[in-house]
Design a protein around this ligand. Structure first.
Ligand SMILES: *Cc1c(COP(=O)(O)O)cnc(C)c1O
Length: 211
């Protein structure tokens, strides 16, 4: 199966660049039958971006298995917070205080702690999620005041152009705020992201595309 081959090649490649970088296999739009092969191969970190799809694919499996880490990489919606808290161990897209407060309340209710990345909109693209760089310090302060476990920063660079400078900027920001994790790098740029300090890369199509 091509995707298993791709997965193993990419996993080895990442390992060769850096032992500190974790591969999140982005399984949006993929059937659970494929995901199961990766789980049986020992893989633990998976990314999804839509709640309904996540529930349909993962809910039954997660009831009986705790070895998998689900990473939420989509846009947070305030009416789905409870469910997100239920299914996911990591959230990569925290970017507003209202959702941060809702998540904090949900953690208290459920006694479950989530690990958070704050998404930063480095290129100030109007259509993209993420907090502005100049608002980051205050936002981190408010999240910590709400007892959220902020572990790092996340970015999605513009489609066009070399992302290297943005990766470097995200790393500098994380260091400035004493955050140790960096979620950056997708199918097209994960090598550059690792070279610039990514500790989590989020890879989908490079694994699952058949051509
Ligand atoms: C879909 C998605 C990915 C994976 O993208 P590929 O280019 O398919 O590797 C990574 N991060 C986010 C936020 C995504 O939505």
């Amino acid at each position: 199966m091509k995707f298993l081959q791709n997965f193993k090649l990419i996993k080895d490649e990442i390992n060769n660049y850096s032992k500190k970088t974790n591969l999140i296999v982005v399984t949006k739009n993929q059937d659970f039958s494929k995901i199961n092969y990766l789980i049986n191969d020992g893989h633990k970190d998976f990314g999804e971006n839509r709640m309904q799809e996540t529930r349909q694919k993962w809910e039954v499996f997660l009831k009986n298995n705790s070895k998998v880490n689900l990473h939420f990489i989509g846009k947070l919606q305030s009416n789905k917070i409870k469910e997100i808290g239920n299914l996911f161990n990591f959230i990569h897209s925290l970017d507003n205080i209202k959702n941060a407060e809702l998540l904090a309340a949900e953690e208290i209710r459920s006694l479950k702690k989530i690990k958070y990345f704050i998404q930063v909109n480095l290129a100030k693209e109007p259509q993209k999620s993420g907090i502005k760089e100049e608002d980051l310090g205050n936002f981190i302060y408010l999240c910590k005041k709400n007892n959220l476990n902020i572990i790092g920063l996340m970015c999605i660079p513009p489609l066009m152009g070399d992302p290297t400078l943005l990766f470097k900027r995200l790393k500098n920001l994380a260091e400035h705020y004493s955050l140790s994790e960096l979620s950056m790098g997708m199918s097209n740029d994960y090598v550059k992201a690792i070279q610039n300090g990514a500790t989590y890369v989020r890879v989908g199509s490079a694994i699952f595309n058949e051509n």
